[in-house]
Ligand binder design. Structure first.
Ligand code: ZN
Length: 181
């Protein structure tokens, strides 16, 4: 008499060790072999952001041509999450236009806040490997740092004060203005 297949334990179904380690490998791969990590001498905008909690620092330089991100490079140091995230970000947004890049930043932020729907969005590409980081609140800032730099470089930063060099028509101003006239 042949025994039927043993039903898998519930715990085994709920965890996906192979997927998780694949994602970890992808994160480490970007960390060890970062994309677009160099100086961009003919950049048109740039931003520098840091995360004191973790010691992460990222500088992003972008060459915008008619709202197209013709080229993007970064330099930085810090934890594997922050450095892998910015590497993945530069690889994806290069060649896209400003609005697409901002939209991607929104989607990624949604995913990091736990949205399953955003996590299923294929436009996020390799960045989906960082979904697991959303379970570790202190590391979310690390994962978002690269996009923070991109937003600031594109004049989309809604939290910091006036970022100076570039104001773009159509940019939304979300922050409250103090006695502005
Ligand atoms: Zn970090």
């Amino acid at each position: 008499m042949i025994a039927g297949p043993i039903p898998p334990q519930r715990d085994e179904l709920m965890t996906e060790p192979s997927l998780t380690s694949l994602y970890q490998q992808l994160i480490l791969e970007h960390y060890r072999n970062p994309r677009n990590k160099s100086e961009l001498e003919d950049h048109t905008v740039e931003a520098h952001v840091s995360n004191p909690v973790c010691g992460d620092e990222i500088r992003v330089q972008v060459r915008l041509q008619c709202d197209t991100i013709e080229d993007i490079r970064f330099d930085g140091q810090g934890c594997s999450i922050s450095q892998a995230s910015v590497s993945m970000m530069t690889a994806i947004v290069k060649g896209s236009n400003r609005d697409e890049a901002i939209q991607l930043a929104h989607r990624f932020t949604e995913m990091m806040r736990g949205s399953e729907e955003a996590a299923g969005d294929r436009s996020l590409g390799d960045l989906r490997a960082l979904q697991g980081v959303s379970k570790f609140p202190v590391r979310i800032k690390c994962a978002l740092l690269g996009f923070d730099a991109l937003r600031e470089a594109l004049g989309e930063d809604s939290e910091a004060g006036p970022s100076g060099s570039r104001s773009t028509a159509g940019g939304r101003t979300l922050h409250e203005r103090k006695a502005a006239h």
